[in-house]
Ligand binder design. Structure first.
Ligand SMILES: Cc1cc2nc3c(=O)[nH]c(=O)nc-3n(C[C@H](O)[C@H](O)[C@H](O)COP(=O)(O)O)c2cc1C
Length: 183
């Protein structure tokens, strides 16, 4: 059975460093574990998000992204850092997800920022956000700053090493999920 990995980049910029980071991590994970990968950004979600107060208010494109996210076996969630936290529009998308829809979901959390000053935003903002959902955020979170990229590609060796640690940690979820699927 091929497991589904979904990457969500909370940026609407194209090109986007956050999307590039999520895409890079997803390709490392897919090469290691043979996942079926789908990637989305907030531009895929589109303009209906801003007006939506509940999932039913989303248009088809946005609803498809949300369904992909909640039905994923594994998630990579990436956010740009805005004013020391995640962007409001990204939070609004997450706000539309029902609490039980991410329960026990393995999530690799990641963020980008202009510099290193807000590197702990993954620990102080993203981890508690997914803690609310009782999701399994992986122990290693990945933060990348401008100098880790060249032309929207991950080039830093230390970042790639950290990505390797995080991807290793996904393996812990295989036995449990395969048992659940067999029930
Ligand atoms: C409105 C705004 C606020 C930002 N605030 C921060 C910040 O507080 N700390 C930081 O390190 N970078 C900050 N940045 C820089 C972005 O986090 C950084 O360029 C990020 O990699 C952009 O991701 P993207 O290319 O995926 O859109 C900010 C950028 C914008 C546009």
């Amino acid at each position: 059975m091929v497991l589904k990995l979904v990457g969500l980049a909370g940026s609407y910029n194209r090109p986007s460093k956050t999307f590039a980071l999520v895409e890079h991590i997803a390709s490392v994970a897919a090469e290691r574990y043979g996942f079926d990968v789908r990637l989305h950004d907030l531009t895929d979600v589109g303009p209906s998000l801003g007006q939506a107060q509940r999932q039913g208010d989303l248009d088809e494109a946005a609803a498809r992204v949300l369904t992909d996210v909640v039905e994923a076996d594994f998630l990579i969630v990436g956010s740009p850092t805005y004013k020391g936290s995640y962007p409001g529009l990204f939070k609004h998308f997450i706000d539309l997800i029902d609490p039980e829809q991410l329960r026990a979901k393995p999530i690799l959390i990641t963020a980008t920022g202009g510099g290193d000053r807000h590197a702990l935003m993954v620990e102080h903002q993203l981890r508690p956000l997914f803690g609310f959902f009782m999701a399994h955020t992986l122990p290693t979170a990945v933060y990348a700053s401008d100098r880790d990229f060249a032309d929207y590609r991950v080039v830093s060796e230390s970042l790639q090493q950290r990505i390797g640690f995080a991807v290793d940690e996904l393996a812990a979820f295989f036995p449990v999920r395969e048992l659940a699927a067999a029930e």
